[in-house]
Design a protein around this ligand. Structure first.
Ligand code: FMN
Length: 211
């Protein structure tokens, strides 16, 4: 499949074949492909909880409007956006800084500047911070679904779930927000996939407000 075909053929498939697992090597590969996603200052404020055990998936399904695909899919992921992913002291932030030094892109003397610019851009208030974590993680989630499709794996994104319940059930620390869940697997060929949905066209998407 070329990129246009991957993009066109990706659908939220709704019905997964529960008897067709995904090779764990492919799960690793799609995560590593999606890891190429760009992010603010390369801060990569995303993480994944990967559920494959039926008991875990059923626990999640209970928090997700009982959507059957959560447990029918061989793999369901809780996508995490780290609201602290720009803060000094955060493990990934420090790693990014050290890697920049190693690559010659920054010097230790720029630490204060790097702290200040991150705080000014992403720490203004809770809304701005959530924007930072959610937008970067949203790009990652889309990349994950496209990477999966390129490997022949179908997906289904979901935000029909109770944020607080998922956080409590899976003991997720307070710095994380969950933009979405994504189920992965293979379409159940005994079912019918709905026709491709309406999309806004070029002219619908383009706007101006200053004329
Ligand atoms: C962030 C997000 C959340 C979604 N949440 C749900 C959901 O909880 N349940 C569901 O059945 N579909 C959900 N969907 C799937 C959309 O309804 C679907 O992607 C859209 O109708 C377009 O269809 P397509 O993906 O097959 O092109 C969600 C999609 C996105 C991107």
């Amino acid at each position: 499949m070329n990129f246009e075909q991957i993009f066109t053929n990706r659908r939220a498939i709704n019905f997964f074949n529960p008897d067709k697992p995904i090779d764990p090597a492919l799960v690793k590969k799609m995560v590593e492909m999606a890891a190429k996603t760009p992010s603010s200052f390369n801060l990569q404020p995303w993480s994944l909880i990967v559920l494959t055990e039926i008991d875990d998936k059923l626990r999640l399904q209970k928090c997700a409007m009982n959507q059957a695909k959560v447990s029918e899919a061989p793999v369901t992921m809780i996508v995490l956006a780290d609201d602290d992913g720009f803060q000094e002291g955060n493990k990934t932030v420090e790693r990014v800084f050290q890697e920049n030094i190693k690559a010659g892109a920054m010097t230790e003397k720029q630490r204060d500047w790097f702290v200040k610019v991150r705080s000014r851009l992403y720490g203004k208030d809770e809304q701005v911070t959530r924007g930072f974590s959610a937008k970067n993680t949203g790009f990652f989630a889309m990349a994950l679904m496209l990477a999966a499709k390129s490997l022949g794996i179908d997906s289904h994104p979901m935000d029909g779930f109770d944020q607080d319940k998922v956080i409590e059930e899976f003991k997720i620390p307070a710095n994380y927000y969950i933009p979405l869940l994504i189920s992965f697997g293979y379409f159940d060929e005994t079912k019918t996939l709905v026709e491709p949905k309406w999309r806004k066209g070029y002219d619908d998407i383009l706007v101006r407000f200053d004329e």
